[in-house]
Design a protein around this ligand. Structure first.
Ligand SMILES: Nc1ncnc2c1ncn2[C@@H]1O[C@H](COP(=O)(O)OP(=O)(O)OP(=O)(O)O)[C@@H](O)[C@H]1O
Ligand SMILES: [Mg+2]
Length: 401
């Protein structure tokens, strides 16, 4: 088929041609945002799920809804360093400047920026924000992060409320944030929620998204729901493939669809990649057949290996890759770390640092104590395509000596 008209969209955070199976979360978010504008309570969402299931797409969708409801919004992506407060401060600066530009807020914007400036000066990490106002001391520079975030959210929340608008912050890759900062964030937001201010946050992260504890946990449960974003059901996966093609006047043969769904197991990223390659492999016409799919499988697999999978194993050392390969040998599914150690012929203690590094890089997570699993769906099969089994690699290394 004409590649120019190819509707499928594999990529990080790229909006799919048909956003399937997420109606409940989208509807709930829209209701929450409208309630907050009315001064009612509204529960936002912390989305969790494996790589490539569509979490970022959902955050983008939430921003789109918020915009339609007259909200200001900003997006923050946390990096592997886990630093959130400086990124949050920078995002809030952008929000305030945008609010001022569009709503002509006058003097109060100066005060809000001053509070933000004092907040950012007090942060142990990160450079001071370039804000050309005097710092306003008091509301957000005590040095206690929870209190200071509360001060900041209240300041901005009141400003938004008084101008008939609200603020949605979206935070992606939230699993990189350590528990103390996450808890401070929840506590800070809770203060704004108590005052019924139209400020909220929607977050997304891997299943390892640090489990909150203590007071923060009960606050979080009142402010957020925790939808798990997962692979699509068979019907939904069909829809994700069929609808975009239909819009271009192209149909899928039943057995062609079944094959793609069987291979991809309904994982959104894979559906987009296999859909795209099957389209390109099909001769010009009106139907994508099983033969087209079969011809496109090696191309789609290679694309995923070189892109989706390889990107996520990029910065691993030999020991880490050996660990991942051993997991693949034992998997798929969660495997016991003791078994991984046995497979590699090492002690679990000796492998501790390697395991911790993989958890920190979020390539793996620990679903239960003593167990480890990949955060990337179908990663075991990739590792097997990529590297020889543990024993063989070790033997080859020995022989090379
Ligand atoms: N509901 C859906 N239906 C069909 N395709 C989808 C859906 N959601 C996402 N996709 C597609 O899946 C791919 C991955 O989406 P996205 O980048 O949002 O995933 P993610 O969960 O944020 O992944 P990561 O954890 O790697 O950041 C994109 O190509 C997107 O178009
Ligand atoms: Mg993402």
């Amino acid at each position: 088929m004409d590649p120019v008209r190819n509707p499928y969209s594999p990529g990080a955070g790229t909006r799919p041609p048909a956003l399937v199976g997420r109606d409940r979360e989208i509807e709930a978010m829209d209701v929450a945002l409208q309630r907050l504008l009315l001064g009612r309570d509204g529960r936002s969402q912390l989305l969790t799920g494996l790589r490539g299931v569509g979490k970022t797409v959902m955050l983008n969708e939430f921003e789109h809804i918020a915009e339609g409801r007259g909200y200001f919004h900003e997006h923050v992506e946390v990096g592997e360093d886990g630093r959130l407060p400086p990124r949050l401060a920078a995002a809030l600066r952008r929000v305030l400047l945008a609010m001022d530009a569009r709503r002509r807020i006058g003097e109060r914007i100066g005060r809000a920026l001053g509070v933000l400036k004092a907040f950012s000066i007090r942060l142990p990490e990160g450079p001071e924000l370039a804000i050309e106002v005097e710092a306003v001391h008091g509301p957000a520079d005590s040095g206690d992060l929870a209190t200071d975030l509360a001060g900041l959210f209240v300041e901005i929340g009141e400003l938004a409320r008084d101008h008939g608008t609200g603020l949605l912050l979206t935070v992606d890759e939230l699993h990189y944030v350590g528990a103390p900062v996450l808890e401070a964030l929840v506590m800070g937001l809770h203060r704004a929620a108590q005052l019924r201010l139209p400020v909220t946050l929607a977050g997304a992260g891997l299943p390892s998204l640090a489990a909150l504890t203590g007071e923060a946990k009960s606050y979080a449960e009142r402010m957020f729901t925790y939808p798990v974003i997962d692979s699509l059901s068979e019907d939904q996966a069909q829809e994700a493939l069929v609808v975009p093609a239909e819009d271009e006047g192209v149909a899928w043969d039943e057995d062609a669809l079944s094959r793609v769904i069987q291979i991809t197991r309904g994982y959104p990223y894979f559906l987009q990649e296999f859909g795209k390659q099957a389209w390109d492999a099909a001769p010009d016409g009106e139907v994508i057949t099983l033969e087209d799919v079969d011809r496109s499988v090696p191309v789609a697999t290679a694309e995923l290996d070189d892109g989706f999978f390889r990107v996520r194993t990029g910065r691993t050392n030999d020991a880490e890759r050996a660990y991942l390969r051993a997991m693949a040998e034992l998997g798929p599914g969660p495997v016991r770390t003791a078994q991984v150690a046995a497979t590699l012929g090492k002690s679990a203690t000796a492998l501790g640092p390697t395991r911790d590094a993989l958890l920190k890089k979020a390539l793996c997570y620990s679903p239960r104590w003593g167990e480890i699993e990949f955060t990337v769906p179908m990663f075991a099969a990739f590792m097997k395509r990529w590297l020889p089994p543990p024993g063989e690699a070790a033997r080859a290394a020995d022989e090379a000596l």
